[in-house]
Design a protein around this ligand. Sequence first.
Ligand SMILES: Cc1ncc(COP(=O)(O)O)c(C=O)c1O
Length: 384
Amino acid sequence: MDYKKYFSEDVPSFMRSPVREIFSKVNLEEICSFAGGYPAAVTFPTDVIPGLAGKVLQKYGAKALQYGPTQGVPELRQEIAKRYEVPVSQVQITTSSQQGIDVCSRILLDPGDIVLANNPVYLGALQSFKAYRARILPLTYYYNNADFRKDNPGKVKFIYVIPDFNNPTGETMNLREREALVGIARELDLIIVEDSPYRELRYSGQEITPIRELAPERTLHLGSFSKIFAPGFRLGWIIGPEPLLEQIYVCKQCLDLCPPVFDQYLATEFLCGGALDRNLNKTIEEYRQRRDLMVSLLEKYMPSGVSWTHPQGGLFIWLTLPEHIDTVALYEKSLAAGVAYVAGSFFYVDGSHRNTMRLNFSYIERAKMEKGIKILADILRSDV
Ligand SMILES: Cc1ncc(COP(=O)(O)O)c(C=O)c1O
């Protein structure tokens, strides 16, 4: 049977994630993986979850196993509202922040529209934007090109940014850059989608005001429990203006009716009892050590001509190699030697910058990290 003829016109725009393809082919236990953005298993609060689960059943009974409100259960919305000092009416719970990106795209984008984003950009966001047949352009290109703006009126709906500990580069926007971005968004009258799953994972430096506080009237701020609780629960939230959330709420009804109810009550209890903050402190300490170790190993082993970012938080370090090194071509060799990474060009809309790579430092145990970086450095050295 020819199944292709049944597919919608959107289907050719769906893009496979190269990171997920990598993971489907390797046994993570057997290799040194610097590839995915997986949290470390030791940060999962497995010791408190059984107690929390019992408490949820005792406290909420059948309600915890029933369908819930599309906006999320009121108890969790209230906890999020309290934590981030916003009205409950401005909180929508999502089935993870990937869904947050997708619902924002779904309510805002028509085919042919333009999203302004950094290049390189988070792959999952690229997948969503492409699925809605949008084009992705760098903000600076659009802002500095008056002719292009005149030729494409109304085509841009939003700017997508990850201001804190960007995926893939690990970099953070300073306050001046955030204010400038807000200035442009106001001047061009655009929404800002602030994707913020790593904001609470800061290991050094000072906290910087989130964009949602600088421009609450036009920011959809996406948060996630994936990196501060466990990604398996698939829970996140959106903080934003009520008229936008109202549309997201209607959109979410046809996506999943409601976010996972039992998980939401678990997250509520994890938050309100202070267990989240206690666990977060331990997570931050663990990741700080992993980041510091990775930086020191890069300094020790990488050949000259290789440079990298110095993230103050998050999960990733971004490497730039001499121009002639092709990280896509080197990948099979690296995997055969037992090391996985993600080639940087996968994060570029046009597949350029093949001399870059993203390294994750949160997943790999410290004991294995030296072996992995040494192997990687040897492979690069043989190509330098
Ligand atoms: C920038 C960014 N946004 C969103 C997500 C999706 O996270 P989740 O759907 O687990 O909340 C990720 C995951 O790595 C990410 O790096």
